[in-house]
Design a protein around this ligand. Structure first.
Ligand code: PLP
Length: 220
């Protein structure tokens, strides 16, 4: 019952208004079921086909989050059931997701991913790039996507001050976008930040959703 114990210990450290996504990527269904039986209902995966297969095999009341960077042609694998897509970093990808939403007659909830870490990465928007998307008339034609907030990853470091500074930047981006583009949109309410190593710092800086894998399921 190691996974259940880990899960319950972590839940004790998370305030009630912060959502816990249990990141189950690469882990077998037996592990996911152990967390499920301990009460967890929200799981995160970062490979489209793995997510599709697990959703087929596991209980239907699981809420699945896609936390990676989907390739355009793979969005179709999870569009029928996914409850939140975290890693959006282009208008082009939003267009693809919108089409899949339309096909499935559902509105797909998405988070804009921001590059807040010092490390260079090909993923993640700057605040300016996000504002360009949100101000683009083409974005406003998309009726089957809903931008519900922001997501980001801090630098992998022991320097807590740096990690907190990066999370603070993401929280500030969220506040600015909310004020300028989503002031009358209560669904824009999610700040997805914090993983096994840094989720407590993320919560201190205003995270509303943490994505925790290895501290629950063990190392990958
Ligand atoms: C794997 C992953 C996590 C979980 O990381 P842990 O350090 O195992 O908690 C969180 N977010 C994203 C985007 C991931 O890919």
């Amino acid at each position: 019952m190691k996974i259940a114990d880990n899960l319950l210990a972590i839940k004790k450290t998370i305030p009630e208004n912060v959502t816990l996504v249990a990141v189950s990527k690469t882990k077998p269904n037996t592990d996911i079921l152990e967390a499920y039986e301990a009460g967890q209902r929200i799981f995160g995966e970062n490979r489209a086909l793995e997510l599709k297969q697990k959703a087929e095999d596991l209980p239907k009341d699981i809420e699945w989050h896609f936390i990676g960077h989907p390739q355009s042609k793979q969005v179709k694998y999870f569009a029928p059931f996914v409850s939140l897509i975290h890693g959006i970093d282009s208008l082009k990808l939003l267009g693809v997701i919108d089409k899949e939403g339309q096909k499935n007659q559902r509105i797909l909830k998405c988070l804009l991913e921001f590059h807040i870490a010092e490390e260079s990465s090909k993923f993640g928007l700057s605040q300016n790039e996000a504002e360009e998307i949100l101000a683009n008339p083409e974005f406003h034609l998309l009726k089957h996507v809903q931008i519900c907030g922001v997501m980001g990853m801090a630098t992998y470091t022991d320097d807590k001050i740096q990690i907190k500074r990066e999370f603070k930047i993401l929280r500030n981006i969220f506040e600015t976008l909310k004020q300028n583009y989503f002031a009358d949109k209560p669904y824009f309410n999610t700040v997805s930040m914090g993983m096994s190593g840094d989720y407590q710092l993320a919560i201190e800086e205003g995270s509303t959703l943490v994505r925790i894998g290895s501290s629950i399921f063990g190392t990958r």
